[in-house]
Design a protein around this ligand. Structure first.
Ligand SMILES: O=C(CCCCNC(=O)Nc1ccc(S(=O)(=O)N2CCN(c3cc(Cl)cc(C(F)(F)F)c3)CC2)cc1)NO
Length: 238
């Protein structure tokens, strides 16, 4: 079984080239494989009840994969954390947890969006904790469309401003957090996105050689991680 991992596509109405690239990527997938979308498929998400043509077009393209025996999975990102079961069902996509272990041969593969590893960014981690409060999510999703859109635009601007002044190290993963999580889950390989810093990092964890593969954002070009039939994983930057 081949597996493909992507993240940080950040689909939005103002960048149709990325949408076209994404649809071509889906069309080029081999039959009988698995597709894992590790968050931030969309640049923002304010409710399954507010989908427009872009989201509907993506849902039908993802749903069509099932006819080719391609099973697709979704891990929430920091932007599309409100993407729910209703939309996932329309995509025939299975929602996964924030952190997931996939067995590969005799190894453990850990997959996640990656924002949980940015522990030096305490401001963001506090923001994330608030946004993941179930009651606040219920309340937000009950707000009328125009209010949700208004709040979303304000929050996106605020995030952009804050991030411009954050040191690079704060916006990257904390290596101790990486090692603690890999140790906790007995992982040999970790795959994540979020930082928009595509790379393959090799290091030892209690004398065991391990790998952390990071996916890049699609506004920097199409990229994915491929796990071949032998379980070998490789970052492919097109
Ligand atoms: O990498 C880093 C930093 C990375 C950058 C982190 N920033 C980041 O992700 N920002 C952000 C994410 C999503 C959006 S949104 O537009 O999709 N949308 C906004 C309104 N959302 C909401 C939900 C709930 Cl429950 C409750 C409310 C409330 F309470 F405000 F009304 C609002 C739903 C989601 C806007 C901005 N550090 O290391």
């Amino acid at each position: 079984m081949q597996r493909f991992f992507i993240a940080d596509i950040h689909l939005n109405d103002n960048e149709p080239v990325i949408t076209t690239g994404f649809l071509h990527f889906l069309a080029d997938l081999p039959d009988h494989c698995e597709l894992y979308i590790l968050g931030d498929l969309f640049d923002y998400w304010i409710g399954d009840d507010l989908t427009e043509s872009l989201q509907d077009q993506v849902a039908s393209a993802l749903s069509a994969l099932a006819t080719r025996h391609i099973t697709s999975y979704f891990v929430h990102g920091n932007r599309d954390f409100l993407l729910g079961q209703r939309y996932a069902k329309a995509c025939q996509m299975t929602l996964l947890s924030d952190v997931n272990v996939l067995p590969v041969n005799q190894q453990n593969l850990l997959i996640l969006h990656g924002d949980l590893l940015c522990t030096d960014d305490t401001a963001y981690q506090n923001f994330r904790r608030k946004m993941h409060n179930k009651w606040l999510q219920r309340l937000f999703l009950m707000l009328p469309r125009f209010i949700r859109k208004n709040i979303a635009a304000k929050l996106r601007n605020k995030s952009q401003q804050h991030n411009q002044h954050k040191a690079q190290y704060i916006m990257d993963v904390n290596q101790t957090a990486v090692m603690e999580m890999m140790t906790h889950y007995h992982a040999d390989i970790m795959i994540h996105g979020h930082t928009h810093k595509p790379a393959t990092h090799r290091f030892t964890l209690d004398t065991k050689p391990v790998e952390r593969l990071v996916l890049g954002a699609w506004h920097d070009g199409v990229n994915y991680i491929h796990q071949d039939e032998n379980g070998q994983v490789k970052l492919i930057q097109c």
